[in-house]
Ligand binder design. Structure first.
Ligand code: PLP
Length: 362
């Protein structure tokens, strides 16, 4: 599986999914859960406890919008791909107005365009951005943008679902007020949870927002402090997926974040280099915009994306991802996430691709 998520899980993660179930009403489970939260806080390099929402990362992103955006808020939605554009739906649902700045989906957002948008509309109170827009394989300069947003005083929501863990990005390094990621991309765990880091001022805004969901599956606030002694979980946690996450975080810490990033970067570099040497065209218009966690390249003329994908599976047992939304049919995507981030996978993939494409006479 060289997919862009969900990805193949580490063997230790699969083993953890088979652990006996636990009963979440026991203090022993509360202690265990608190330990996972503490580990997640270390891995996210946060001062405060993150929360785990019990559903795949879109839940965390939708919950972030519902919690932070009040009916008086003007949201600047930064768009450079399918996921960035998708956030608009929730921003419109909860906010007063949505302002958009957009880059073509094979480019990234210019921080100066964000600065200009904030100057032009001083009433922008919330900014949202997708760090790695996975259908494009591009990385937005979110640290620079975060600094500009902080200077303006707005709150920042960052979708780092497919970048966190696989490269140097953290909630505090981009000054995010809400930072959402997933276990099932670069951390190499099972899908089914949202990992959400909220800043202290983010929590204050949520508490002051009368429209923020409470007593709801969508409520971030309900999960705050759920692992503290004596507190109760709002609903039963996803016991097996928490076990899997725990194992994945353990592996991440044991290998060391910097080593994990290096493995992702080396795999991406080898894949890009090979594709370019073989005459393929990358989707991102500049090499410095390319993600270290996924490589997106154009489908060669004369080939059909789905047919190519299917033949790679049938003939070489290698599964890669198709494009999505605006990139569907135009690109193919190779994930370098979690256990797939090994440079030898680049060689295997390139050999298989050439074999399939050359026999099509392309
Ligand atoms: C995978 C992904 C998500 C989460 O999507 P799910 O369908 O919940 O897995 C969100 N944002 C980005 C950029 C992603 O790649």
């Amino acid at each position: 599986m060289l997919t862009t998520g969900p990805v193949e899980a580490y063997p230790q993660v699969l083993a953890a999914l088979g652990r006996p179930m636990q009963y979440d009403y026991l203090p022993a489970y509360q202690d265990y859960y608190a330990g996972v939260i503490a580990r997640l806080r270390r891995v996210l390099r946060m001062d405060d406890d993150p929360v785990i929402m019990q559903g795949e990362a879109i839940l965390g992103i939708e919950a972030a919008a519902a919690a932070l955006i009040g009916d008086g808020d003007v949201v600047l939605n930064i768009v450079s791909g399918v996921y960035g554009k998708g956030f608009e739906t929730w921003a419109r649902r909860h906010g007063r107005e949505v302002v958009e700045i957009a880059a073509p989906f094979d480019e990234v957002v210019d921080p100066q365009a964000v600065r200009a948008a904030l100057r032009q509309r001083p009433d922008i109170s919330i900014v949202s951005i997708c760090h790695h827009d996975t259908p494009s394989g591009t990385i937005n300069p979110v640290e620079e943008i975060g600094a500009i947003v902080a200077e303006h005083g707005a709150y920042l929501i960052v979708d780092a679902v497919s970048s966190f863990g696989g490269m140097d990005i953290f909630p505090q390094s981009c000054a995010a007020d809400i930072f959402v990621t997933s276990p099932s991309k670069c951390l190499g765990s099972a899908p089914g949870l949202s990992l959400v880091a909220v800043s202290e001022r983010g929590w204050r805004k949520i508490e002051a927002n009368p429209a923020a969901p409470r007593a709801s599956f969508l409520s971030l606030a309900d999960w705050r402090g759920a692992s503290r002694p004596g507190a109760a979980f709002p609903v039963t946690p996803s016991i097996a997926e928490i076990h899997a996450l725990d194992a994945a975080l353990d592996l991440h810490e044991a290998e060391g974040a910097e080593n994990v990033w290096a493995r992702h970067a080396a795999t991406a570099a080898a894949t890009r280099r090979g594709l370019l040497d073989l005459g393929y065209e990358l989707w991102p218009r500049r090499p410095e915009w390319c993600s270290p966690t996924a490589t997106v390249f154009r489908v060669p003329e004369g080939c059909d994306a789905t047919e190519l994908r299917n033949r790679l599976v049938r003939e070489h047992e290698i599964l890669i991802s198709l494009g999505r939304g605006a990139t569907a049919g135009k690109v193919l995507r190779v994930g370098h996430m979690g256990p797939a981030a090994r440079p030898e996978n680049a060689t295997k993939f390139l050999a298989a691709l050439e074999s399939v494409v050359s026999r099509q006479g392309v």
